[in-house]
Design a binder for this molecule. Structure first.
Ligand code: HEC
Ligand code: HEC
Length: 209
């Protein structure tokens, strides 16, 4: 008798919880369809793509950073037509779910950057460029370049994507003057880096696992 009562209470509780959860969550089918769509461009394990138009690695990326970038594309704080079209009709819950998804992927970096630049890049990453007032990248991105929260992981990021991103920073990020965002933190860094320093540090991080 007691057991039956307890069981039926459990059933009622389960129903109550799962319908509350469903109202707020994205359907599994919808989520998997979206992930498949992301993987068409970003690669089956989020490893990125080195092509004419480099597509960044999402694997192992910080959830907070990914979520913030998806919102930045939607709000035009970060300009990119492809990603605006991808992201503008995603619900906040879906954005969160997608951003969380890639965190635990861990494919090998694609590599392919000029190896002769790696040593110079390591030095910039670890020590900065004191003569140009450039702070060590490691101070914010972490000693292993794995990032934390809004500070993105750079380890394994696609070389031509990092070169392009650092070269175009002021034209692509923080594009709403009245709405400054986390991209402002990088502004003094990119402002002072030369083209060859950008290539060196991009080569270094692209090989990190
Ligand atoms: C048609 C190809 C395409 C599809 C589909 C696509 N992306 Fe992208 N994505 C890109 C390109 C290209 C960039 C680089 C944009 C740039 O250079 O600023 C990018 C950049 C991003 C970034 C910024 C990464 C960083 O390191 O700052 C995130 C986050 C992202 N995509 C998430 C997603 C998610 C989630 C999906 C699936 C819902 C998705 N993308 C689907 C092409 C695509
Ligand atoms: C003071 C902290 C700080 C320092 C120092 C710093 N960064 Fe960043 N970096 C950030 C933040 C915060 C972001 C995220 C910006 C955003 O939200 O748009 C970022 C973003 C980036 C991105 C974009 C990643 C992506 O996936 O698109 C690259 C590349 C990058 N940093 C490289 C570097 C390099 C190379 C150095 C050293 C020369 C460096 N950073 C030094 C804070 C820092």
């Amino acid at each position: 008798m007691n057991l039956i009562k307890a069981t039926s209470r459990l059933v009622i509780l389960t129903i109550a919880f799962s319908s509350a959860a469903r109202a707020d969550a994205v359907s599994k089918q919808n989520f998997e369809a979206k992930i498949g769509y992301c993987q068409d461009c970003h690669g089956p394990s989020g490893q990125g793509y080195r092509g004419f138009y480099p597509i960044p690695r999402l694997a192992g990326q910080q959830t907070e950073y990914l979520e913030n970038q998806l919102r930045a594309f939607v709000e035009h704080r970060r300009t990119n037509n492809i990603m605006f079209n991808v992201a503008h009709n995603l619900s906040p819950t879906m954005i969160r779910a997608l951003a969380t998804n890639f965190r635990h992927f861990n494919p090998r970096p694609l590599g392919g950057a000029p190896k002769n630049l790696v040593a110079a890049g390591k030095k910039i990453f670890e020590d900065g460029v004191p003569s140009a007032n450039i702070v060590a990248c490691a101070a914010c991105h972490g000693p292993d370049a794995t990032g934390k929260d809004e500070f993105p992981r750079l380890a394994g990021q696609i070389y031509p994507y990092v070169v392009k991103t650092l070269s175009n920073w002021g034209k692509e990020r923080g594009q709403i003057p009245g709405k400054p965002d986390t991209s402002a933190v990088m502004q003094p860094v990119v402002h002072s880096l030369t083209k060859s320093q950008i290539e060196a540090v991009a080569a270094y991080v692209s090989y990190l696992r």
